[in-house]
Design a protein around this ligand. Structure first.
Ligand code: GUN
Length: 291
């Protein structure tokens, strides 16, 4: 029987821990953490993500600001908004929800964010710090996944870990974290140009799927006893669901789960941990200022 990794439950526990810290800051008359989010256009997934992030802030007692812009905002205008947030002393951290419209360079926007306020941990300075193991903001999804390994005491030392996907947000940073001292996995990254994916994934003790292709990881690809982490959250139209869609992971859960030692569900696995990681980064931004 497999163990279900309950990201929702763990995220709830971490939120309580954060809320306690915020109460303490309040009691001590210190600054209340303030996270701002920029949302451009009307991508349904992005709107949901950002609304949830604002809700999370409320839950733990953070202040939050949501700045929304229509899809026709220019790159120069967006850079100006970022400059304003960089210079707003009340804002401890902020994020720019991705993807951005095609006429705006995501790299340019990310590079414009003050690394000390980069709650998403996407700025090259924070990515660089992560690579060499210096303290800094970690990208939210990789940070959340590593925390799941810790809280479930899943031993990754010396284990083979295959990361499927090489995005800047998840696959690539996660591949680096999983090989770091203390986590100590032996990491392989597979991507759209990789050959023999089935064979490589089939040999893995730990499989982390982050490609956004529903049901990509099938039972035949998974070794008995593997740990499977599913980062996929593709929206599939579903007339029965209240929202009109349901979320589909990258793993064929029903058939893969019986072969696993541990597995994350979708929803309720990695997603809530991503959200809570953003709160942790924002709290860290405030604490580093207090110091
Ligand atoms: N788009 C998908 N995931 C993320 C995330 O973690 N942060 C931001 N800013 N955009 C995203």
């Amino acid at each position: 029987m497999y163990n279900l990794i309950d990201g929702k439950k763990v995220a709830g526990e971490i939120k309580l821990e954060i809320a306690k810290e915020v109460s303490l800051l309040r009691l001590q008359g210190k600054k209340i953490p303030h996270l701002a989010a920029i949302l451009v256009g009307n991508n349904g997934s992005s709107e949901t993500y950002v609304a949830n992030k604002v809700k999370d802030c409320k839950e733990v007692g953070f202040k939050s600001t949501l700045l929304t812009f229509t899809v026709d905002i220019t790159e120069a205008e967006l850079l100006e908004k970022i400059d304003e947030l960089n210079n707003d002393d009340d804002v401890d951290g902020f994020i720019v929800q991705l993807p951005l419209p095609a006429h705006i360079s995501e790299n340019k926007i990310i590079e414009a964010i003050n690394p000390e306020k980069d709650a998403d941990g996407f700025h090259p300075v924070n990515i660089g710090k992560m690579v060499i193991g210096l303290p800094g903001y970690l990208p939210a999804t990789p940070f959340g996944i590593v925390e799941l390994f810790k809280r479930y005491k899943i031993d990754s030392r010396g284990k083979s870990c295959v990361v499927i996907g090489r995005s800047n947000i998840v696959g690539r940073p996660l591949s680096i974290l999983m090989s770091q001292k203390g986590i100590d996995a032996t990491v392989t990254v597979v991507h759209s140009r990789s050959r023999n994916i089935n064979e490589i994934v089939g040999g893995a003790d730990i499989i982390i799927a982050a490609i956004g292709s529903p049901g990509f990881v099938t039972a035949g690809m998974v070794k008995v006893g593997a740990v499977v982490i599913d980062v996929g959250t593709t929206r599939i139209p579903s007339p029965d669901a209240k929202s009109g869609y349901k979320l589909a992971g990258d793993v064929d859960f029903e058939n893969v789960a019986p072969k696993c030692s541990y597995i994350t569900p979708v929803p309720g696995g990695v997603g809530p941990m991503t959200r809570v990681s953003l709160l942790r980064n924002t709290l860290m931004a405030v604490k580093s200022k207090i110091k």
